[in-house]
Design a protein around this ligand. Structure first.
Ligand SMILES: Cc1ncc(COP(=O)(O)O)c(C=O)c1O
Length: 431
């Protein structure tokens, strides 16, 4: 279908989504080129469509030294060594969909996830699809710095932020505050990341309800694309704090609110090198509209990365296909929770005149605020910690230090916190 034809479908069936498309998003359609024609010819006996070297019967021809490194059944081996379809390998997409929906009510609609090269790529697709020069993107702060590159630098979007926590308490109106003044009707994007990086926070039930109410107030005024960055999905350590993605709470709530889920195997399945992410829309879509939207994503995918990584998808599939994932992921959660339990008392014992931990109940990180009155720059502390204390942390803006609990052994965490505190004390004492 041409861009005009698929735009008409989206405009008629999903006007808020259509109105939110960027100029690039409007132009995109999936051309009837090689992958399209090869897809139509799949299963033919004399298939001479695509530029893949095969055994002449559709099977892969891997180098023996490489094949020896991957222990997969023959048909899965083929899938791993041949090109993935542009939208992802169908069985993997379906298996990921089941994984996403394992505790989700059947009535909530969601599209079949489209595979990406990790979550950063999924976010970048959203930036391409929904932002232009000057499009307002609300992001609670502090936030993962790469959003600046993905949405701001590459697309020229205007990132607006407000603090997630005020006086140590989560602010459910943070997106409204970040958006600020904007002419009624002008589409906007919001990025919500729970558990958060660098914050290590996931909202409580009540905070979530208020957050949803706040997003609905925005959607009364304008089309709102809510990008749920679920990188750290499931890593929640405090009883009563919901684990499941906010994405599901937003579906069907308002015709002008379009929820998008960006997730993947990177952190959720501890598969950092696999580069498997997914983009999923929380919309009730007729097949024609679902395929129109998928065509747009496929065009963006094909024109940037060609197709997603087949090997990564097939390795992920090993965990998904016969239900091993649940227990194996739970094991990682238990390890992460142990580290959380070990570091909590150390964080509570910090001298508040030197470092103040922000509320931390989830995710991979603890975020520590350096009190403004100390007048110390976070990056100076970071450099001092490397030089004097053999310790690496990340500085976030001028006054925050991020500790990656995920990458330090449980028995080293107390010492880590002690060194960081000592580093701040040194600089606070120096003239
Ligand atoms: C909040 C957040 N989103 C997305 C990503 C990117 O994930 P990926 O490595 O799969 O691209 C990260 C990685 O650190 C992250 O912290």
């Amino acid at each position: 279908m041409t861009a005009d034809a698929i735009n008409q479908v989206l405009e008629a069936q999903h006007p808020a989504l259509f109105r939110s498309l960027s100029a690039l998003g409007r132009r995109t359609f999936y051309p009837q080129g090689i992958p399209y024609q090869a897809g139509q010819a799949r299963g033919t006996t004399y298939n001479s469509t695509i530029g893949i070297y095969t055994d002449g019967h559709g099977g892969s021809v891997p180098l023996p030294s490489m094949a020896g490194a991957v222990n997969l059944p023959p048909d899965e081996m083929d899938r791993a060594f041949l090109y993935s379809p542009v939208q992802g390998i169908e069985v993997v997409r379906q298996a990921w969909r089941q994984w996403q929906r394992r505790e989700v009510d059947e009535v909530l609609p969601s599209t079949v996830p489209v595979a990406t090269i990790g979550l950063a790529h999924g976010l970048s697709l959203m930036a391409d699809l929904f932002t232009d020069e000057g499009t307002v993107v609300a992001v609670p702060g502090p936030f993962w710095g790469n959003y600046r590159q993905t949405f701001g630098l590459r697309r020229g979007a205007e990132l607006r932020s407000a603090p997630s926590h005020v006086n140590g308490v989560y602010d459910p109106q943070v997106v409204e505050k970040a958006l600020g003044e904007l002419p009624a009707g002008e589409p906007a994007v919001a990025i919500l990341n729970f558990p958060s990086n660098p914050g290590g926070y996931s909202p409580t039930v009540k905070e979530r309800q208020e957050l949803v109410a706040s997003l609905l107030r925005i959607a009364e005024q304008r089309p709102l694309i809510v990008v749920c960055d679920d990188a750290y999905q499931g890593f929640v350590f405090v009883e009563g704090v919901p684990r499941r993605s906010l994405f599901w709470d937003l579906i069907g709530q308002h015709p002008q609110l379009v929820p998008v889920k960006i997730d993947g195997a990177t952190k959720e399945f501890s598969f950092f090198g696999g580069r498997v992410g997914f983009v999923t829309f929380g919309l009730q879509m007729e097949p024609e509209a679902a395929s129109a939207l998928e065509d747009k994503l496929k065009c963006l995918l094909r024109s940037t990365i060609g197709s997603p990584v087949a090997l990564g998808q097939m390795i992920l599939y090993q965990a998904l296909k016969d239900g091993k994932a649940q227990d194996e992921v739970a094991m990682i959660h238990r390890q992460a929770e142990e580290r959380f339990q070990v570091i909590q008392p150390a964080l509570r014992a910090l001298d508040p005149s030197l470092l103040r931990p922000l509320p931390f109940n989830a995710g991979f990180f603890a975020l520590l605020e350096i009190p403004a009155e100390l007048g110390i720059d976070a990056d100076a502390v970071r450099r001092h910690l490397i030089a004097q204390y053999d310790t690496g942390v990340i500085s976030v803006g001028p006054r925050f230090l991020r500790l990656a609990i995920c990458s330090v052994a449980a028995d080293a965490l107390v010492e880590l916190v002690r060194r960081v505190e000592q580093g701040v004390r040194d600089l606070a004492a120096s003239p």
